[in-house]
Design a binder for this molecule. Sequence first.
Ligand code: PGA
Length: 246
Amino acid sequence: MRKLIAGNWKMNGLLAELEDVASICEAVAAHPSVDTALCIPATLIRSAAGRFADMAIGGQDWHMAASGAHTGCISAEMLADAGAKLTIIGHSERRAAQGESDADIRGKALAAKRAGLAAILCVGETEAERDAGRAEAVVLGQLEGSMPDDAASEWISVAYEPVWAIGTGRIPSVEDVKAMHAAIRGALVARFGTDGSNIRILYGGSMNGDNAASLLAIPDVDGGLIGGASLKADKFLPIVAAAAAA
Ligand code: PGA
């Protein structure tokens, strides 16, 4: 399976940072065996998608309706219209700060499909849930509740992102990542049959140039969702190189 390394810029990036998108795009072109994407602020999508055709440009959130009386919101169709090819859904920062439920996330996944966007659907446990021995139950529960019934490998990927590993510099042990990805794979195959083995499962949470090779070598780790280390080419490129070598 081709690995996918996707960057999540979160709420970072003014027009001036398009130069960083350009450097990243130029750098990743050296590794055509890896699929790469950058999910950037909606305000930059039109400029970036028009200028850097070699790397997929994506969004991070939208309203699940196609149009209507939703002041301040944008739709999946608008992201696609601006040139986005994919989007993140269900990131823990949105689950926590915007109160997004599994049902909301499932609705957004369907809206992404409707608009022709690929989706990276995030799941992950908090530290308290892991300490209580509930990590796998929480993650599989989120997966069950937020993956739509017609999910298919051609448009959806899953990202396992332990909440306590995001932006902290801490990562789970290789054994814990292996066990969680195997559990997610098992659930995908049980629900979607053969196609469940083709759905990419990314790891996210403090992935960087130092730990990428060992994380990407774990069975069923089919790529990474990268926050902080996706903002600059010199941090992002070593992760893409590790994926190319894995
Ligand atoms: P991080 O973020 O790489 O900065 O930990 C990952 C994410 O939130 O997707």
